[in-house]
Design a protein around this ligand. Structure first.
Ligand SMILES: [Zn+2]
Length: 415
């Protein structure tokens, strides 16, 4: 039985408001808002007592730093005190963790279909991490679950699909002793591409008229009616479509029109293979990497029966055991939008295998400690592309924090 709402969350919200965590803007602080120890004040931001200015301060230029880094170099942690992000609170309300999920890390190359996957530049990731590190500690998934080493505001990083582009980012994080998780989807790791990549290739390499015609033939005129409003990309994400039918009746026949597409996709090295993962992420003594099961086929699982969910879990787990000699204790749901029915089916499959938590994707932070010690449901945030966008959205991530991804999605859909 999955709860969508519970009393603890309401209690925690009230407590959060009392602690200035909710975005209320207290009287006397004109136009200000405060979240998790970060305050928006007139003309800038304040964290741990120092301004995160949105303007350059004249006369304080450090020639070694780029403009953005220069701005952030002036954010000093300040002394730990009650209410500052650096103050580790040992009791009181649950602590907020923002888990940022990345996919590709690098440049978006014009014409490269793989770069249609969510992409953040390496520079942006570095700037984001440097900024966040000033606001609170980076923690591992196990630390979130066990409540170890959390600040009032903490951060975590995951890489879904394990793109071949994440190695530099991983090195950057390791050099700073920042824990992170990689989430291989076993079909992508085995073959080097998946259904979504087929869609990217079809969208990038075939004329739109051909895509529209293929959909009209397979699904009917009314689906493509509306002319300019039709998007093949969006069409393939419709949750009401049968994924097998979509792939075999529409996507694969279109892909067959691109010469050598599957071979070219496999050879492109878009995703790390098992050997790459073993070499880069297994057997390291620093203990910074968590390996997460991201499923077998990377399908929208909402429509899966309990048996199909169990089969996907079993087949992916088997590949982890064969290739890495281990089975992950964490599961990242493909596509990731939380639903109570899928959560229940996944829990039935994962709990007996000793999994510790399920990772979803939403727009909320996670209020750690509210779910007890069972299988926990952590909402993650798709990492924004730039530093400023991340900074602008931080207050809403914290404000929306929820004690479970299921609570988060219920609150987000009520907005
Ligand atoms: Zn994925």
């Amino acid at each position: 039985m999955v709860r969508l709402h519970h009393q603890d969350d309401r209690r925690e919200r009230r407590k959060g408001e009392a602690d200035g965590i909710a975005d209320k803007g207290s009287p006397g602080r004109l136009g200000a808002s405060s979240v998790g120890g970060i305050q928006r004040v007139a003309g800038g931001w304040r964290a741990g007592g120092d301004d995160l200015e949105s303007r350059r301060a004249p006369g304080r230029v450090d020639g070694k730093l780029k403009p953005n880094e220069e701005r952030w170099s002036r954010i000093r942690p300040g002394p730990a005190r009650s209410g500052s992000p650096e103050c580790i609170v040992s009791s009181g309300p649950p602590k907020t963790v923002l888990v940022f999920n990345y996919h590709r890390v690098g440049a978006e190359t014009a014409g490269d279909p793989f770069s249609m996957l969510h992409t953040v530049s390496l520079g942006a990731l570095r700037r984001q991490v440097r900024l966040l590190a000033r606001l609170g500690p980076f923690v591992s998934l196990d630390q979130i679950r066990d409540g170890r080493g959390l600040g009032r505001l903490s951060f975590a990083i995951t890489f879904d699909d394990v793109s071949g582009t994440i190695l530099s980012a991983a090195t950057f994080l390791r050099e700073r002793s920042i824990p992170f998780a990689i989430c291989p989807c076993t079909e992508l790791t085995d073959r080097g591409f998946g259904v979504r990549d087929k869609v990217y290739w079809v969208v990038r390499l075939l004329p739109e008229q051909e895509l529209r015609e293929a959909v009209r033939k397979a699904a009917g005129q009314e689906v493509v009616a509306g002319g300019k409003g039709f998007s093949f990309y969006r069409f393939t994400k419709r949750p009401d479509l049968d994924a097998d039918w979509l792939e075999t009746e529409i996507i694969d026949p279109l892909l067959a029109g691109i010469q050598g597409a599957e071979r070219r996709m496999a050879e492109a090295g878009a995703y790390l293979n098992w050997r790459d993962i073993r070499r880069s992420f297994c057997g390291q003594s620093d203990g910074l990497v968590t390996i997460v099961n991201h499923g077998w086929r990377h399908r929208p699982m909402d429509r899966f029966t309990e048996e199909q969910v169990a089969e996907d879990v079993e087949r992916s787990a088997e590949r982890f055991r064969q290739e890495l000699g281990m089975e992950p204790a964490w599961y990242a749901v493909p596509f990731g939008r939380a639903s109570a029915s899928l959560a229940a089916r996944l829990a039935a499959a994962l709990r007996p295998r000793g999994y510790r938590g399920i990772l979803w994707v939403g727009r909320s932070g996670y209020a750690a400690g509210g779910e007890g010690t069972g299988l926990i449901h952590i909402p993650r945030i798709q990492a924004p592309r730039g530093l400023w966008r991340l900074l602008r959205r931080l207050p809403s991530y914290v404000k929306r924090r929820a004690a479970s991804a299921l609570d988060a999605v219920a609150a987000e859909s009520a907005e």
